[in-house]
Design a protein around this ligand. Structure first.
Ligand code: PEP
Ligand code: MG
Length: 326
């Protein structure tokens, strides 16, 4: 298998019928970086910047942040990297960052962009470090747990202010700055077209989106096999997102665990995703699936199943049957 995956690295990342699908990897620490070339990923679709904060004993200083981001971009060697602004709160706690309130529902609480917009000094320092590290190259920034479009506007204002600040001091600026939103909170599903207009890209955080759509704690082992993401409602949601991206010409990716299993990656491609990001070890297995996949028949079967009257039959079984037949 490992041998096969190594051979696949040099081959195009496309379906049997020639449709290109971008396979990227998730990362979060410097130790992950060698996997970029080893896996053959086309870039880093999700860099979880909070990991540096979680392994530290105190808030990482601006210089340490900048150094990490620069190392990441250097070792990516021109492959695209999407940095997510710190996603702390919820299940990701920083022992040295005390909050005064005990939260009853941390997953629904003061976390991610909610927290960083309330503590702008934290976000400002991070954005500045990211801008400095990407001088002369592209910077892709992604905002976690966006719930309302106003949060994007607020973050953008803060980012713009940092850009102006660096420009005033004649710093080398990024050659392009792209700002994206993670789609993890269901409220965005009813404002998809407005969302797509306001960002340069969208990335679905399927771990959180699934948790919130099904009202099922992603970390609760009693629930872990109870609800299936490869189900009619969730696949309809994902198809709707991919279609909205296509309508507006906004690139849409998905960077949750779902992307890393060949059968679910197949379903994602079938509902319209053309870029997905996963753990490095999944790139080989997913690419092996991709190159055998006849997309047109899959799309027809999936659309029929998602739009038909027998929508209550288990989708996973249908997808497995399709995979076995092809
Ligand atoms: C997700 O929610 O799917 C995601 C990619 O972010 P995280 O798993 O870090 O919450
Ligand atoms: Mg998430």
């Amino acid at each position: 298998r490992q041998e096969l995956y190594r051979e696949l690295r040099a081959l195009p990342s496309e379906t049997r019928d020639g449709v290109a699908v971008d396979l990227m990897m998730n990362a979060g620490l410097a130790v992950d970086l060698p996997q970029l070339s080893e896996s053959g990923a086309s870039g880093i679709g999700l860099f979880r910047t909070e990991l540096q904060f979680m392994v530290a004993a105190t808030f990482p200083r601006a210089e340490a942040q900048e150094r990490l981001y620069r190392d990441v971009l250097d070792s990516a060697g021109g492959k695209p990297v999407t940095f997510r602004t710190i996603d702390i709160g919820g299940d990701k706690v920083l022992p040295y960052f005390k909050t005064t309130t005990q939260e009853e529902n941390p997953a629904l609480g003061w976390r991610a962009i909610r927290l960083t917009l309330d503590r702008p000094a934290l976000l400002r320092a991070q954005v500045r470090a990211l801008l400095r590290a990407s001088g002369g190259r592209e910077l892709k920034l992604m905002l976690p747990m966006v719930t309302e479009l106003g949060e994007i506007a607020q973050a953008r204002e803060l980012i713009d202010r940092e850009v102006r600040h660096l420009a005033r001091f004649a710093h080398l600026l990024p050659t392009s700055l792209k700002i994206g939103a993670m789609l993890e909170v269901p409220s965005l599903l009813w404002q998809l077209d407005e969302l797509m207009k306001r960002v340069d890209f969208v990335s679905v955080g399927s771990n959180d989106l699934f948790q919130f759509v099904m009202a099922a704690d992603r970390g609760n082992s009693r629930l872990s096999s109870r609800f299936d993401p490869l189900s009619v409602p969730f696949l309809r949601v994902l198809r709707q997102i991919a279609q909205a991206g296509e309508r507006s010409g906004t690139p849409v990716t998905l960077c949750g665990e779902l992307a890393g299993k060949p059968i679910s990656a197949m379903a994602l491609i079938g509902v319209g995703f053309r870029a997905i990001s996963m753990s490095a070890s999944s790139i080989g297995p997913v690419k092996a699936m991709l190159r055998e996949l006849p997309l047109e028949p899959l799309r027809e079967e999936l659309d029929a199943a998602l739009d038909g009257d027998d929508a209550l039959l288990p989708m996973r079984a249908k997808l497995v049957a399709f995979a076995e037949a092809h």
